[in-house]
Design a protein around this ligand. Structure first.
Ligand code: CP3
Length: 357
């Protein structure tokens, strides 16, 4: 394919700036909407390409990753694209083996106290070079239609997958480190934070216009323990990414999505992130909003199973509660593979029909 355009200079002019306006506190003509996992298995064209290529094969080939990223943009009126990748590309770059099974990703050899010293952070960012290439290519191919998000997993969530070896109902193996092996836990979280910082900076340099940090496993912790093993690392990541980007003359906002961490929304607002993602368990009317922060969320993904009229009323009700300023419409977590294209269409149409001014 055309490697000639793989440069992060001379990107096409952005035509749809609803998302960036919402982040700056300006009121856009329509509310911006994108959904987590928008490039996923609910799309027949994604299921088609997955018959031909492995999951990580798509991630690692910029042309394929770009194509999949564009799929939901070509089909729907979304206001942002998110680069097709996975949070587990970081453990891979640290030289752990990650495979995609029928029930999700798994590690044939999960991390133990003994193998902690084998994680290889040297050169990890260059091993993630393909993500940067995919981002740069996609920025060009988007032709300025919508902004492009990059992302990373947060330290605690990556730690969970690495130690548990896959999904877990309790995260008890990973949590054991927090209570019984504190030094090793901090050593691992520090190593991950170091890589995440450089990874996010690399994505911004490659052309990501917004970044999102996923702390999906925050829901297994509480304020006491998240204050020790979550929040300080999240704060350091935001600060150091900002410092490094200033030197590169870049200013890229970051969304923090700490799923299930409504036990510390006030503390999250102090970390320096421009946007906080909230899951569907948060009551917007009761949430204390920080006036300088944009919020993102939080429709229960399962509301997409509802009949059209019900779905419309759930969406309108949510927007009434959030208001039209400093708000990005999204689900409270990713869309499921068996959800209907028509429901996604209804969700987007309902949002875009609402007058903001
Ligand atoms: O469209 C997008 O949102 C961009 C791509 C994206 C994927 N994963 C693709 C994917 C993003 C942003 C992620 C993030 C991710 N990956 C998270 C954080 C967000 C979240 O959902 O909590 C996590 C925890 C992972 C790890 C992961 N990857 C799991 C647990 C699974 C299995 C669950 C599932 O939905 O199957 C994956 C697989 C995965 N990542 C798929 C996609 C499209 C489906 C796998 C396939 O194609 O076979």
């Amino acid at each position: 394919y055309e490697t000639g355009i793989l440069t992060s200079k001379h990107f096409p002019v952005l035509k749809n700036d609803r998302l960036l306006k919402a982040i700056k506190g300006e009121i856009p003509d329509k509310l911006p909407i994108w959904i987590m996992r928008q490039a996923g298995r609910y799309l027949p064209e994604f299921r088609e390409i997955r018959k031909k290529f492995g999951f990580f094969e798509i991630c690692q080939e910029p042309y394929l990753a770009c194509n999949v990223t564009l799929m939901p943009i070509q089909r729907f009126d979304f206001d942002a694209a998110i680069i097709f990748s996975d949070i587990l590309v970081i453990p891979q770059a640290l030289k752990m083996t990650v495979e995609m099974g029928d029930k999700g990703p798994f590690f044939p050899e999960p991390l133990t106290l003994e193998t902690l010293c084998k994680l290889d952070a040297n050169g990890a960012i260059s091993r993630l070079d393909y993500v940067g290439k995919a981002i740069t290519l996609t920025r060009h191919k988007l032709e300025g239609k919508v902004p492009l998000l990059g992302f990373s997993g947060a330290p605690w969530t990556l730690m969970c997958f690495m130690i548990e070896g896959g999904g877990s109902k309790t995260q008890s193996k990973a949590k054991k480190w927090l209570y019984a092996h504190k030094n090793e836990a901090h050593k691992l979280l520090t190593l991950l934070a170091d890589v995440i910082i450089d990874y996010l900076v690399m994505q911004a340099e490659a052309g990501a216009q917004v970044l999102q940090l996923f702390d999906t496993s925050a829901e297994y912790l509480n304020k006491t323990i998240y204050k020790v093993y979550g929040l300080p690392y999240l704060k350091r990541i935001r600060q150091e990414v900002r410092d490094k980007l200033i030197k590169l003359n870049l200013d890229v906002p970051i969304v923090l999505f700490a799923k299930g961490a409504s036990f510390c929304l006030d503390e999250q607002a102090e970390l320096g992130y421009e946007v906080l993602g909230v899951d569907w368990t948060v009551n917007i009317e009761e949430m204390k909003r920080n006036p300088n922060i944009t919020y993102q969320g939080n429709l229960d993904p399962c509301a997409l199973y509802a009949p059209k009229e019900d779905l419309e009323s759930y969406v309108k009700d949510m927007i009434n509660k959030f208001g039209v300023q400093r708000y990005i419409v999204n689900l409270g977590h990713g869309i499921y593979p068996d959800m209907e294209i028509e429901s996604v269409q209804t969700f987007i149409d309902t949002v875009h029909k609402i007058k903001t001014k």
